[in-house]
Design a protein around this ligand. Structure first.
Ligand SMILES: Nc1ncnc2c1ncn2[C@@H]1O[C@H](COP(=O)(O)OP(=O)(O)O)[C@@H](O)[C@H]1O
Ligand SMILES: [Mg+2]
Length: 591
């Protein structure tokens, strides 16, 4: 197994994950905001120009040429606004996307570093939610959120001061009274929308989950003739999703008309009082027209402020959750006393090893003491749940054993660099996980490059070459959803080839040939004997035929070694191993 170097794990601990990006993109933000202010300043001119045209027309002091010039001015300003808006959108939304990209990369990088304990404690779905929903909320905050707050505040200040200075103080104060109600309403409604939005999202993910499971489990559903029931369940889930969506739609439907109503109120006040002022000649008609337009310009910032409050509160909550995960430290790493070991020969010693998984109280392994000499083959048998895989997990340091309990070549494995340790162990896991990749990439997984010859050699040793040759694109055939579906035995043999590629001094097979027929198994074992000559090999097996030629066999039960010896010795013992053997002989005879 290849492991990336473990340096720089401790970096970045207290540093909030956002800071470095804000620093990095500060200039982009500045450009964006400059463009934003520029746009707002231009927007401010429009009502004044319309007002000027109105007054000019009324006073009949306005010629067609004046009119043409003003229209051209309006068009030019409109063009500038468009360019300015493009710039701020590009810089601010673009930056928020860059930050999202960076954070997502950090998150993935971080996940790859974390230890198995972390993945034991966190569900895949939750981690995916952090990578999608939380990141989304953070992006909304650093992009549209920040932008809208500044936009709203700047625009409001500009417009209101323009109204106060250039038009009329009392009229302004009078007319803007109802407007903050929009902000309050959009904050309050926004809160409710947020909670309903969450329900909506949950309903949606429940539905997706259900569809996904149905498709993966379609064979079972058909075999048990459960289509009708599944359709019925789906209809309910679908209905629920619809209902939750409608609850959001209703609120949105309420918010905008409400904003309009309040704006209408403002305009009514402006029309009333402003009209009066115009009548008594304190306000020109043009100013009056401009004023109404300014009021309309204030609606959006008022709405936006309410939205922002929600976007930012949601974003900060997501940021907190995200930061907690980023602060998780891998609990398996090279300790400061790690020795400069570059090579492993492969003698293993377990010394009174007792182990409990984190947050459990069950002894998965109990006082295991065992010596495996360099070059020996050890067979491990025992019931499901007896602790066989745990032994392997500890040897690979997927979980850390207590100090002083496992030694390789005389070194406590806690003092062997992780990378060296794992690079010197070829491992065929029990679950035979293969990636949705080509067969060749799967077999040469531990290497950055493909070495076709070695891949074929390994596949031949694992007795899977002939099967692969029959696939449409032989070694370039894709595995998984986008490619071939492999049988259990084929998967096992490809995993075996993947481990054989490394030619490691220690090899571990965890129940790796259980789905292979006995004849093929026999061939594979023969290959293994040649391949593993003078190299340490641990074989966990259910079938005793798999391990009968091992130099030593241990029987594990309830985390303890209950019997050990060679096949013949154990048969003579007439104990557990003997009973297992008798039982399997009987089964064989029945076949
Ligand atoms: N990741 C884990 N976290 C907690 N308990 C575990 C974990 N893996 C295995 N166990 C428990 O440890 C015991 C031994 O499991 P395991 O080593 O997988 O058995 P075997 O490989 O012999 O079937 C079982 O009781 C199992 O439930
Ligand atoms: Mg197991």
């Amino acid at each position: 197994m290849t492991v990336q170097s473990n340096t720089s794990i401790k970096k970045q601990k207290s540093l909030s994950c956002l800071k470095k990006y804000i620093k990095k993109y500060f200039v982009s933000y500045l450009i964006g905001f400059a463009a934003l202010i520029f746009v707002n300043l231009i927007l401010l001119q429009f009502p004044m120009i319309t007002g000027r045209i109105t007054d000019g027309l009324r006073a009949e002091s306005y010629s067609l040429i004046n009119l043409r010039d003003d229209i051209i001015l309006l068009l030019v300003l409109g063009l500038l606004v468009t360019v300015g808006r493009f710039i701020w959108r590009y810089f601010i939304f673009g930056t928020s996307r860059k930050i999202e990209y960076g954070l997502r990369g950090d998150f993935f990088w971080h996940l790859e570093k974390l230890s198995l304990r972390f993945f034991n404690e966190h569900k895949t779905g939750d981690l995916m939610a952090h990578a999608t929903n939380d990141l989304n909320a953070i992006r909304m905050m650093v992009g549209p959120g920040v932008l809208m707050v500044l936009d709203a505040v700047i625009l409001t200040l500009l417009v209101v001061s323009k109204m106060l200075i250039d038009i009329n103080v009392t009229l302004t104060l009078f007319a803007i009274i109802p407007l903050p109600i929009i902000t309050v309403a959009s904050t309050l409604l926004g809160k409710i929308i947020k909670s309903r939005f969450k329900e909506k999202q949950e309903a949606f993910s429940r539905m997706t989950e259900m569809v996904q499971e149905n498709i993966s489990g379609i064979r079972i559903i058909k075999a048990f003739v459960q289509e009708a029931k599944e359709i019925c369940v789906f209809n309910k889930t679908n209905q629920n999703n619809y209902n939750k969506n409608m609850r959001v739609v209703k609120l949105f439907a309420l918010l905008f008309p409400l904003a309009n109503l309040i704006t209408g109120l403002s305009i009514a006040l402006a029309l009333g009082y402003g009209g009066y002022l115009t009548m008594i000649g304190q306000l020109s008609l043009g100013r009056f027209v401009a004023f109404i337009q300014y009021i309309l310009m204030l609606v959006w910032p008022m709405l936006a402020l309410g939205w922002c409050i929600n976007i930012i509160s949601q974003g900060t909550a997501s940021l907190k959750r995200f930061q907690i995960i980023l602060n998780e430290q891998p609990d398996i790493y090279d300790n400061p006393n790690t020795k400069a070991i570059h090579h492993i020969d492969g003698s293993i010693l377990f010394k009174n090893l007792t182990f409990m998984y984190p947050n459990t109280s069950l002894h998965a392994l109990n006082q295991i003491t065992l010596t495996i000499k360099q070059g020996q083959t050890l067979g491990i048998v025992g019931r499901t749940g007896s602790g066989k895989t745990t032994l392997v997990n500890l040897l690979l340091r997927l979980f850390d054993p207590p100090r002083g309990t496992i030694y390789i070549d005389g070194h406590d494995i806690l003092d062997i660099p992780l990378k060296v340790l794992r690079n010197h162990i070829g491992y065929v896991p029990q679950d035979n996980f293969l990636f949705s990749e080509t067969i060749e990439r799967n077999i040469s997984f531990a290497f950055n490059k493909s070495y076709s010859e070695q891949v074929i050699e390994a596949a031949k040793k694992a007795n899977v070459h002939e099967n692969i040759a029959e696939f449409p694109m032989d070694y370039q055939t894709m595995i998984g959803e986008r490619g071939v579906t492999l049988s259990g035995g084929q998967k096992q043999r490809i995993s075996l080839a993947r481990a054989l590629m490394i030619k490691a001094p220690i090899m571990i097979l965890d129940d790796s040939v259980s789905a292979v027929d006995t004849k093929t198994e026999e061939k594979i074992l023969q290959e293994l004997v040649n391949e593993r000559k003078n190299k340490t090999t641990l074989i966990i097996a259910h079938r005793l035929s798999t391990i009968k030629n091992a130099d030593k066999i241990i029987v594990i039960d309830d985390g303890r070694i209950v019997e050990s010896g060679t096949h013949d010795e154990l048969l003579l013992n007439k104990s557990i191993y003997y009973d297992m053997f008798q039982l399997q002989q009987l089964e064989l005879a029945e076949e």
